[in-house]
Design a protein. Structure first.
Length: 310
């Protein structure tokens, strides 16, 4: 995809944030299947998916900077260091989420790790309430039990889908991944509220690559030459996940209430379930399909109603 076409995608994201967030979540859902096909370790996969996204993100960031003109560039030079610190912290949390979640899939099983990581639907609005004093609307609170029920059903835990080689350690890793994921989403939204979303996301990706390389080297290792087959799959992760997926999320998130963004990101496990069936031959059970339906129905209720009341 050319930089001009990707730029048009980001412009559309700014005008239709709910649709863009949903599309971003669906693009991100391809990451799990592609990482599985690559066979790479958590550190290798996390580092390369960020590194391979930079050749696309850098021109997009320069294009955004050029469109803003000199006036905006001068204003950017006066931005305090705290904003840079926010983007770097978001990148470090993103790397932590990628590393811990990838490890937890094998340790505790895909089902339970999916449930725990998607606790972000509760943590992100809670952070917004505690830090930004942004109270979630009553309709979100009403739909929350149904959303969590849908996540549990879609994961397969209700049918004994939890497993893995090291359940206790995997549970710890999955919980820590959920905390990192929630912090990343919260900071990503805050960092983009002041504009220049693509430039901010570029720095997030750079920070995530550095953190993944450092932490991965100390934990399970990073393969500097994983082979062309693995690199090919990870390049697709970079395209669909890092560029198309998370860039859409980064542009749309500041324009949505925190609870709306958290709900729409629940489309990620739904998309992963469908792709697992189509690509890997995994067959979702009737309960898992019911869980997907519950997630979609509850998310639609919470987002459309809250938008109508605002």
């Amino acid at each position: 995809m050319s930089e001009s076409r990707t730029a048009k995608v980001t412009d559309s994201a700014a005008g239709h944030p709910s649709v863009s967030m949903a599309l971003g979540a669906l693009f991100v859902s391809a990451s799990a299947v592609l990482i599985h096909l690559s066979g790479a370790s958590p550190g290798t996969a996390s580092f390369y998916r960020c590194l391979l996204a930079l050749p696309v993100l850098v021109p997009l960031a320069l294009l955004e900077r050029g469109r803003e003109g000199r006036r905006e560039s001068r204003r950017e030079s006066t931005v305090p260091a705290r904003r840079r610190a926010v983007t770097l912290a978001a990148g470090a949390l993103f790397a932590g989420d990628m590393l811990l979640w990838t490890a937890a899939i094998d340790e505790v099983g895909a089902g339970l790790s999916t449930v725990l990581v998607n606790v972000q639907v509760v943590i992100v609005p809670l952070l917004a309430l505690l830090v930004d004093r942004e109270p979630p609307p009553r309709r979100f609170v009403v739909s929350l039990p149904f959303l969590l029920l849908g996540v549990v059903l879609a994961s397969g835990v209700a049918e004994g889908g939890a497993g893995g080689s090291r359940p206790l350690l995997g549970t710890v890793h999955a919980v820590l991944a959920a905390v990192c994921y929630s912090g990343f989403l919260f900071l990503l939204r805050r960092g983009g509220q002041q504009g220049q979303a693509v430039q901010s996301y570029l720095w997030v990706t750079v920070a995530a690559a550095g953190a993944a390389l450092a932490a991965g080297a100390l934990w399970q290792g990073v393969d500097p030459a994983p082979g062309w087959t693995a690199v090919g799959w990870l390049a697709l992760v970079a395209l669909f996940g890092q560029v198309l997926g998370w860039l859409l999320v980064a542009v749309a998130a500041p324009r949505l209430a925190s609870h709306v963004g958290a709900i729409l990101l629940l489309l990620t496990p739904v998309g992963a379930l469908v792709l697992g069936w189509a690509v890997l031959g995994e067959h979702p059970s009737p309960l898992q399909l019911a869980g997907c339906a519950v997630i979609l129905a509850s998310g639609t209720f919470a987002t459309t109603r809250s938008a109508r009341d605002s």
